[in-house]
Every structure is written in C-alpha cells, then in structure tokens.
Design a protein around this ligand. Structure first.
Ligand SMILES: *Cc1c(COP(=O)(O)O)cnc(C)c1O
Length: 433
C-alpha cells in the first residue's frame, strides 16, 4: 500500500488487494496443495526460481495476504505467519543461530521465551546471556561474545511491563554486527513500530491483541529489510553461503536485504520444522487486524483508568503500568509509546495470598484466565496459578509477590471494570481482617 496511508488504513486494507470480481474479504484457501500443468512449472517453485504455492506446510496464499498486511503495519519488507508466538520467536532466532552460537537477551521477557532460550535452545547448543532491560551501554557491550549472533528483547515485557530502550539495544547490537530482534506483541505496531527505532526483526504472538478476541493462536515474523547480512558474511553463513538443499542458492545474494531472512525461514525452517499457521486462523487474525487501531486506544484508556483507580486504593501496595505517571518506565514509555502501551496492568494487594484469593473469588465481570490481551477483561494471580509451586519467599525473589495480580483490561466500559474491582477489593479488605 502507499506509504502515505496511516496505520488505521493499513490495518483495514493492507496486504490484500482483490482484482475485478474477486472476493472482497481475504479468501480462506483451505487447500494443502496446489495444482500445476507441468512438472517443469512446479520444479521452478522447488528451485525458488518462481513465486507460487505448492504445499501449505511452507506457504499458503491466505497466510501471505495477512503476513503482508503485518509487514506493512510494522514498516517491514517481508513477513511470515507461524503457528504460535513461540514458533515465531524460535524461528526468528534459529534462522541465524546454530549449535555454537550465542544470543544476548533481555532478562525481562515472556516466561515461554525465557524457557525457550534458557532451556530448550541451550539443549540445541545455542547459548544465552540475559541482561537487565536497564543495563547501561557498557554493561550491554560486556555481554557480547565473538559467537553472538542476535540480540533479543520485548518492547513491553509480559508480565513485568518493563519498557525496552530499543534505540540503545539496536545501537549496541549493530556495534557488534548482529541484528536486534524485538517481540512487539504487547504494544502492536499501532502503539510502537520498533523498526523506526532501529530494530531489524520483529516478532509477534498474534494470539494477543492482533487477533484480539481469544479466537486463534498464532505468530508472525517481520523483517525490516535493513540488516546487511553480506557485510558480515562470516557471521551469518546460513544467509551468505550456498544452500545445497536448493541447488546452492545464496539467500542474501538472490533475495537481497529485503527478502533473504523470511525466504530462508520459510524455505528451510518451515520446510523442516513445519510450525505454520492454518489459513483458517490467518483469516480470524485478519478480522482482528481490521479493527486493531480502534481497539488498542480503548484497551489503553481502560488500563490507565484502572491503574489510576488502583493506585488510590488503600488495599493496594503498588501499581505497575508504564504509562502511569511516576512509573519507573514512564519517561521511556513517553518516548516509545506516547499514545499508550497496552491494556495490561499489574498490582499488589496488601495481605498477600489470602487477600488475592478473596479478591479473585469475588470478581464478577473480570474472569480468571491465563490469557491476556483480548476483548474481555481477565486477570491472574501468579502465586495461585502459573507460579503455584513457589514459596512466598521464592515468589518475592522472582519479582512476583504472592499478592500480585495481573489484570488485562478488555474493551468493556471502564466504569464497569472499576466497579468490579471496587467490590472485589472490599472482599480483599475483609480477608485482611
Ligand atoms: C504470549 C506471548 C508469547 C507466546 O505466544 P503464543 O502465541 O502463546 O505462543 C510470546 N511473547 C509474548 C510477549 C507473549 O505475550
């Protein structure tokens, strides 16, 4: 689409441009395979000599329409959909790492991604050094090794709600000749476009706000198309030396900065590992994208109102929301997220576990769920759910005290969310005695 269109127009109309008499809405191409007149024509696809589809484990037209829209929203040059956010982060990292490689990652990231790096990828021989999201430039530099191949962080971390200093991370990554990968799930490109601050690869759990209705698990990877793989060819042999499984093509040479990363991830990693999004889910995702720019401001408005309300309550010891004045990350939020961050707020109840239990039991509108970031408000007490194996002492050390509640503000009327919080706080107060 034209560069002059705003993000809202891209949300609605990006990616898919039907011709005369074609379906107005993105069609679901529910087909595993595609038909060709000659084996020669099909052979060209296998050699990456021609564009086209042959098998939906690698590529599907529905997915590509939606991926193209997400690329346009982020200001990237190419994108692909994956079966989940986990798959997106794994493929994005593994596309340039192999046994013997090393990644520098912010320690303040989604638990699933932390485990992916700290446990599973280590078993594959990819090592990681975690750095504080508040590390100085010198401290970040010190984490790099000769075998470092990528730097990773989350724009707004789930659930710690730290805000990444994208510009600084990008500067340090580039000084070491490696790309910065940013998981932009929480703000979405409506609230932050990390490529404009120097990020090279963007990942998403589209399961969250992009879908926005709790309907479909999915992920996406976007390439900014700016990283010069050939300038540091020795570091990225997968992109700069011949791929024998495709008759010796060199991705960076054949597809350029704009296309090499996604083409390799599709033609190698999707081919061999297969975590593709189903076209049906891509269709649901696209329905969500069509209203993302309208929904995000409402999520943020509701979250800010809830945060301001909670902050004034005597039962609450602290409230964490980056766009709330006085928050540790407020300045950074104003720089990177001036129009709002996300709909997730965390807060701690005085009275710990019993207070949290009483509070949660009393909620009527806000449901207890492990999910975040969809139309319906929901919340979670890590101490009695995701982190229930930990003692109160261990919980405090992990930065998730027993009384901590993660609240995901949906799209309801803010006064109803606040009314529900009010009556549940009364129950917490009773439990505190
Ligand atoms: C949920 C989430 C993921 C994982 O995504 P799935 O779609 O659940 O696999 C990754 N990163 C962030 C920031 C998330 O919130």
């Amino acid at each position: 689409m034209a560069d002059t269109y705003g993000i809202g127009t891209t949300c609605v109309q990006g990616g898919y441009h039907p011709g005369n008499g074609q379906p107005r809405e993105v069609p679901i191409i529910q087909s595993t395979t595609f038909k060709y007149d000659t084996s020669e024509a099909m052979g060209k696809l296998f050699d990456l000599e021609a564009d086209g589809y042959f098998y939906s484990r690698l590529q599907n037209p529905t997915n590509d329409y939606v991926a193209k829209k997400i690329a346009e929203m982020e200001g990237g040059t190419a994108a692909m959909l994956t079966s989940s956010g986990q798959a997106a982060n794994f493929l994005a990292i593994f596309n340039i790492c192999e046994a013997g490689s090393h990644v520098v990652a912010s320690s303040s990231i989604y638990g699933g991604t932390f485990n992916l790096l700290n446990v599973t990828m280590k078993k594959m021989g990819v090592d990681v050094t975690f750095v504080s999201p508040d590390a100085t430039e010198d401290e970040l530099n010190a984490a790099f090794r000769p075998n470092t191949r990528a730097m990773f962080g989350e724009t707004i971390a789930n659930p710690a709600l730290t805000v990444l200093d994208i510009e600084l991370f990008a500067k340090v990554a580039h000084a070491h000749h490696v790309p910065l990968i940013v998981d932009n799930t929480f703000p979405t490109p409506v609230n932050c476009r990390p490529i404009e601050w120097g990020a090279d690869i963007i990942t998403h759990s589209t399961t969250k706000y992009m879908d926005g209705h709790g309907a479909a698990i999915g992920g996406a990877i976007v390439d900014a198309g700016k990283f010069d793989w050939e300038a540091y060819a020795g570091l990225f042999p997968g992109l700069t030396t011949p791929d024998e499984s495709y008759h010796g093509i060199v991705y960076a040479e054949k597809f350029g900065k704009e296309g090499a990363f996604i083409t390799k991830a599709t033609s190698q990693l999707m081919r061999d590992l297969g975590p593709i999004q189903s076209p049906q889910n891509a269709f649901y995702l696209n329905l969500g994208l069509e209203s993302l720019h309208v929904r995000m401001p409402r999520h943020c408005e509701n979250a800010l109102k809830a945060a301001e309300f909670l902050e004034a309550q005597p039962e609450v010891t602290f409230v964490n929301y980056p766009n709330l004045k006085g928050n540790k990350y407020y300045e950074r939020a104003m720089k990177y997220l001036p129009h709002g961050g996300c709909g997730v707020v965390t807060f701690e109840l005085k009275g710990g576990r019993p207070a949290a239990e009483a509070f949660m039991k009393e909620l009527k509108l806000i449901a207890i769920e492990t999910h975040v970031a969809d139309a319906r408000s929901c919340c979670l007490n890590p101490a009695t759910s995701t982190h229930r194996q930990l003692t109160d002492e261990q919980l405090r050390e992990a930065g998730v005290p027993a009384g901590l509640i993660r609240l995901s503000c949906g799209l309801e009327d803010s006064r109803d969310i606040i009314a529900d919080l009010t009556q549940a706080l009364a129950a917490a107060r009773k439990a505190m005695g």
